[in-house]
Design a protein around this ligand. Structure first.
Ligand code: THU
Length: 169
């Protein structure tokens, strides 16, 4: 009799990211984008969480679109910085590929985070949609904790088994 519970194969996924020891160590393009994200964070509307998030989207044509978190007294009505920036890019520059996204955040104290600050699941899903839509990887640059920075080559690897519109065809 065939044994149950025996899997066909065991698969291990490989996840790769780069770590940089400080902001200044980032490659020039990443640094510029991160500085734009920092400016965006300064203008965040976060009167409830006091957690100021900034995002900057780089388009293939070199344009940069900023976004920050926009909160609301009815809490779920607000939106994360990443999605504000991505949707603004999608609305204002339709059809233009997105090549990179930088995200930064700081609490009211402006203390450097001790741990990596990475985008929430909903924002990853939205990023992945643009990656899929334009069939183009989006480089993601974020804080790595203790003043370090992290960059990943694409968003899809942050969402294994990701849901795309292919499933709806
Ligand atoms: N927030 C973002 O803007 N991006 C994220 O990836 C996570 C959280 C915002 C939402 C809310 O305004 C505040 O941070 C606290 O959750």
């Amino acid at each position: 009799m065939k044994e149950t519970g025996a899997f066909l194969e065991k698969i291990t996924l490989h996840f790769e990211f780069e770590r940089y020891s400080s902001l200044q160590e980032l490659p020039a393009g990443d640094l510029t984008l991160m500085q734009e994200a920092m400016k965006a964070a300064d203008d965040a509307y976060a009167p409830y969480s006091h957690f100021y998030v900034g995002a900057a989207v780089l388009l293939e044509n070199g344009k940069i679109v900023r976004g920050n978190n926009q909160e609301n007294a009815a809490y779920p009505s607000g939106l994360c910085a990443e999605r504000v920036a991505l949707f603004a890019a999608g609305a204002q520059h339709p059809g233009v590929k997105i090549t990179a996204l930088a995200v930064t955040a700081y609490p009211e104290s402006r203390k450097e985070p001790e741990f990596p600050l990475s985008p929430c699941g909903d924002c990853r899903q939205v990023m992945a949609e643009y990656e899929h839509r334009y069939n183009h990887k989006i480089r993601l640059i974020m804080q790595g904790g203790h003043g370090t920075y992290i960059a990943t080559e694409c968003v899809a690897q942050l969402l294994p088994f990701l849901f795309t519109g292919d499933a709806l065809k």
